[in-house]
Design a protein around this ligand. Structure first.
Ligand code: ZN
Length: 265
């Protein structure tokens, strides 16, 4: 017992010395790491961040997933343990994290992207071209619809929530991440669409990276927790906001709420 506790002490001292050395070379003097299980690549890994904004920097050493992606995967697995055998539509998947796992593990996985210059409904590479606000999928096609940081980039999110609800089977759910940046403050419209499809920002212009568009995507909404009322009003679905903080799954960061909007049986 004494022997084991000594080994433990030595490990702690080594970790402290390593962190001190790393701190000297790191940009904002921040370094954080934790060993745990990654829900995206299903391996024991080391989660590391060298910037204090963990949302984009606390990466899995194996699959480089973000905390929000690991939180989303854990929520899908806990709400729908049979997720592998379900029909899942993911809009605008990334090539990492939960998207990769869903694409690999789910037989009936449909991925869509938004290519406004191409005909909607057609398949382009491995994606269906879909406008989330006006989808060509039939009613009650999917058990789960997944979106990751998409709903803050839509000009008519009410229509998109209604369309997602239409394509969900009874008992299914829209499971998604979106930064609830306004928290308890009311949701704000950040940009509206001009006739030529470009954004008119009502506030400071904000753009996020988009894997299929080098221009990026304009931020159109700053959501608050009242997103729950917005979804109810536009789609009739009841939403639960889940917040996970569990370092053993590498899940710790700001703005990593996962919304689960379920369609009643
Ligand atoms: Zn991983």
């Amino acid at each position: 017992m004494v022997f084991f506790s000594k080994i433990n002490d030595i490990e702690i001292v080594i970790k402290r010395i390593r962190d001190k050395i790393l701190n000297i070379f790191l940009p904002d003097g921040f370094y954080f790491s934790h060993n745990g299980y990654c829900p995206c690549c299903d391996k024991m890994v080391n989660f590391q961040a060298n910037v204090s904004w963990l949302r984009d920097s606390f990466l899995c050493s194996n699959c480089h997933s973000f905390p929000r992606e690991r939180a989303l995967m854990l929520i899908i697995e806990s709400y729908y343990p049979n997720w592998r055998s379900l029909n899942i539509h993911e809009s605008s998947p990334s090539n990492r994290g939960a998207s990769l796992k869903l694409g690999k593990s789910v037989k009936n996985y449909v991925a869509s992207q938004y290519f406004p210059d191409k005909p909607f409904g057609m398949q382009i590479n491995n994606f269906y071209n879909q406008d989330l606000e006006n989808q060509s999928f039939k009613n009650e096609s999917f058990d789960i619809v997944v979106t990751q940081d998409v709903m803050e980039h839509l000009y008519d999110p009410g229509k998109a929530f209604a369309e997602i609800a239409r394509t969900l089977k009874k008992g299914g759910a829209h499971i998604f991440t979106v930064p609830i940046i306004n928290k308890h403050k009311s949701t704000e419209v950040w940009a509206v669409k001009e006739e030529n499809n470009s954004p008119v920002f009502l506030k400071t212009p904000e753009w996020h990276g988009n894997p299929v568009d080098s221009k990026g995507s304009p931020v159109t909404m700053h959501w608050g927790f009242d997103i729950v009322d917005f979804i109810k009003e536009h789609s009739g679905l009841d939403t639960t906001i889940e917040h996970i903080d569990n370092l053993d799954y590498g899940i710790r960061a700001e703005l990593i709420e996962v919304m689960v909007s379920q369609k009643k049986e």
